[in-house]
Design a protein around this ligand. Sequence first.
Ligand SMILES: Cc1cc2nc3c(=O)[nH]c(=O)nc-3n(C[C@H](O)[C@H](O)[C@H](O)COP(=O)(O)O)c2cc1C
Length: 173
Amino acid sequence: MKLLVVYYSKTGFAKRYAQWLEKDLSCDCVPFAQRRGVDLSRYDGVVFGSSLRAGKICKLAWFRKQLPQLSGKRLAVYFTGAMGPDPQAVRQAVAQNLTPREQEQVKAFYLWGGLNYKAMGGVDKWMMGVFRKMLQGKKNPTEEDRQAARMVAASFDRADPANLASLEEYLTR
Ligand SMILES: Cc1cc2nc3c(=O)[nH]c(=O)nc-3n(C[C@H](O)[C@H](O)[C@H](O)COP(=O)(O)O)c2cc1C
């Protein structure tokens, strides 16, 4: 099975998962910026990897546009984020990004990432700062708010090759 991974990564989490997939499955691995040079029809399986940004999977629109020409291939999306791998939150994120019909064609996997403030661009750092202040300023924070405030307080890294087990199983079975 000839596999391709196209990934979009701002601070390195989705990229590291792409590199682990490349090593484990000997697949071709291409950054989003180089996607135009790739002939998707040469592959039996195509994976798109990216991350969550305010609930949206970055650059997923590109992959969704390719779906009609990818029918019959094994397709997956993985997305990284800061949130913990809570199944209900993951289901919600998937439903916000792929229609039920698309979910029949593409299997989605959440791969826990983290936050890397050092590698973030200025706008993203600023947005996270606004979010942090908003959480800190809440008068009656819920447990969820407190958890979110702890989560965004500092950089952290939960990326782990072991998180790839289900995706790799799906791609190789
Ligand atoms: C502006 C902004 C919005 C974000 N929104 C979410 C989000 O909605 N859910 C989440 O779990 N993580 C969110 N994150 C965290 C990123 O998804 C996380 O750091 C991800 O692992 C980054 O992957 P990358 O380095 O491959 O781009 C956000 C980060 C930024 C900077």
